[in-house]
Design a protein around this ligand. Sequence first.
Ligand SMILES: Cc1ncc(COP(=O)(O)O)c(C=O)c1O
Length: 379
Amino acid sequence: MERRVLTLDEAALRRRTSIKWQLHDSDVLPLWVAEMDVAPAPAVVEEMARIAREGDFGYPVTGPYTEEVAALYDEWGAQVTPARARPVADVMAGVRAGLMAITGPDDPVYITVPVYPPFHAAVHEIGRRLVPVPLTSTGRLDPAALDAAFAEHGRGALLLANPHNPTGTVPTRGELSHVAVTAERHGVRIVSDEIHAPLVLPGAGFTPLLSLPEAQSGVTVFSAAKGWNLAGAKSGVIFGGSEASDAIRALPPGLEFSTSHLGVRLHTAALRGGRDWLADLVHDLDANRTLLAQLLTEHLPEIVWQPVEATYLAWLDCRRLELGSDPAVHFRDVARVALTPGPPFGAGGGFARLNFATSPALLTEAIERMARSIPARRE
Ligand SMILES: Cc1ncc(COP(=O)(O)O)c(C=O)c1O
């Protein structure tokens, strides 16, 4: 199937100066950090050119960004009222601020493992107690395990990635509601990181936490950074439910001053004029999801992978290959393919995360290299 935006070749990508293409030697194919090998959205390119041409590099006016985020959430069925929304430097700054606002020192913060490693670090950084709770074996939220953990450790906060990184699952409305009701019963409030929400692929539907009446004590953090590949132009928005005014009031007064004008402008342009581009991207990711499943079946049948419902991140169970607790080391050193190591996600021994937001040619080359690196296949 023809790709529309995941079309860049290796020579063009190697000219990039961001970390994905710079960290490793030039013979390594980088399928690790969550940056996409995607051609940029024309609306973003035009806004960037206008900013540079006009020397528009001052301090931000953040209202238009919040309004565009509110419009998107309105389409998704959740209300973002301006009085309950605040701009933040980036999603992780919003996550830390949200957790600090709704918990006290040493309170438990529950995370559902495996999960994005900075979630673990953020909880430690703000002086809260990390309580990892496993997802189910299919990478989904486990209400029974959460109920048991809440009962044992008590009031605090539950930090969710909705959709989930690294398993690429999207909680259904029923699952999210079940978890929200359970959390509420134990005095646990939810912080929902929804940075991957624009990347829900055909077959699944996104439920914003704050579209649930039973989750209104919760807080959401959103950014256009992942959906439109704008990690280098940082910005985000934090907003609370109708029963979270206290949390929004408790945010540090200077929070919004750390957001960047460039980030705010580019994110706003993406949300306003980048919807067709996003549809093309989702089309290409859907095609790559199918391609990856085929490539694994053909070349690396020992790897177990459940095709994702969202994101471009594949959580590969490599345990049957017996490459040790961190297979990414083998694939980097022997196959010359960089994946993200599994262990820092928690419950990730024997796993590695592969980023499939690249061209079909590079994805195919990577899987073929990985297959050739397995000793039994080399002769
Ligand atoms: C779940 C999740 N949250 C947050 C981030 C980082 O967002 P930011 O750079 O805006 O802090 C990522 C990046 O991959 C992510 O996957």
